[in-house]
Write a protein that binds this ligand. Structure first.
Ligand SMILES: Nc1ncnc2c1ncn2[C@@H]1O[C@H](COP(=O)(O)OP(=O)(O)OP(=O)(O)O)[C@@H](O)[C@H]1O
Length: 308
């Protein structure tokens, strides 16, 4: 039996917030979700779909918007998953496979075209950047960022030293953020996001910037979060990072989940796949993909048959 197959168990969605839903699902359908059991479910997504609408210019046509060709691009195609506390979930896949789009929908920062996402608390998508102001110093931005994430002034004050220590950007912390390198800014954003101690933290490639020492500190900070029964989602192009850091990996291909299972196995098979593709070995790539799908099939909901 597919170990990711979610049986019809009566769980209650009462304690969950709705992160993304196109319309209110019927109560009975919601109750068919397996939200009960241990460890606690922190996030559940069912048949999430996302399409972007783009306007493409056809040759010979004018730039008048009304005459532009409207196209709908499917970025996420029917993703279902159940994530429990203590899991560190890595998303792997080729460029354009939908990793960042899925993360944004799960975080509630991009509305799903259809499907449902429930979470035990508001996920924190790393990137308090919207709240940070380039003309203000790092210190002022720490204050602003922590308040923007919902801390009260006392909590923000208490968190300050830890953020400075984790970001470790020296005297630059007193300089305006516009003078920072992209790596320094990423470090500060990461440190602020982690300090909020969110139950669900979502990170898109933050670990790609920063040196080995920062990498180690950020790993430690994420493990600390997991120790406090949190859940971390991580998008990275480096499948080896996912393999080393995460407990579970979800492989996305053309917007759909190909495989979902232990990071050491799924991320390793993905690496074989990507390596084979890079070497024009289509047969090898297909083999790795089919093996991953076979051995670590994606989550399905028995209540409504398999996800598409
Ligand atoms: N704002 C947007 N408007 C239109 N199409 C988009 C938008 N963002 C992403 N897409 C399209 O959606 C698909 C998935 O993109 P997404 O960025 O989620 O993939 P990804 O796996 O994170 O890619 P990468 O590894 O290159 O960062 C792609 O076809 C992309 O072109």
């Amino acid at each position: 039996m597919n170990k990711n197959n979610i049986g019809v168990q009566r769980g209650s969605s009462k304690n969950f917030i709705e992160v993304a839903a196109q319309s209110q699902p019927p109560e009975l359908e919601r109750e068919a979700w397996s939200l009960a059991g241990e460890p606690k479910v922190t996030l559940a997504a069912e048949d999430v779909r996302l399409r972007y609408t783009i306007y493409a210019d056809s040759p010979g046509r004018s730039f008048i918007r009304g005459r532009r060709k409207r196209q709908s691009v499917p970025a996420v195609r029917g993703v279902s998953l159940i994530v429990r506390e203590g899991e560190m979930v890595g998303l792997v896949g080729l460029n354009g496979s939908g990793k960042s789009s899925l993360l944004r929908v799960l975080a509630g920062s991009e509305p799903a075209t259809s499907g449902y996402v429930f979470a035990s608390s508001q996920p924190q998508l790393l990137g308090v950047s919207a709240a940070l102001v380039p003309d203000l110093s790092g210190l002022d931005n720490i204050w602003l960022g922590t308040l923007a994430m919902g801390m009260d002034p006392d909590q923000a004050h208490d968190a300050k030293d830890k953020i400075i220590e984790l970001a470790d950007i020296g005297h630059a912390i007193r300089q305006p953020m516009r003078t920072y390198s992209s790596g320094m800014a990423a470090r500060l954003r990461f440190a602020i996001s982690v300090a909020a101690q969110p139950e669900i933290l979502m990170i898109d490639e933050a670990l790609a910037t920063g040196d080995a020492a920062f990498h180690k500190r950020s790993e430690d900070a994420m493990h600390e979060l997991l120790d406090r029964s949190g859940t971390v989602f991580l998008v990275s192009h480096a499948a080896k990072t996912i393999e080393d850091l995460c407990t579970r990996a979800i492989w996305l291909h053309k917007g759909a989940v190909v495989a979902d299972g232990p990071a050491t196995e799924v991320a390793r098979l993905y690496r074989f796949f990507a390596h084979a593709l890079a070497n024009d070995n289509k047969e090898g790539a297909d083999k790795a993909l089919l093996r991953a799908r076979d051995e670590h099939p994606p989550t399905t909901f028995q209540s409504r048959g398999s996800t598409r």
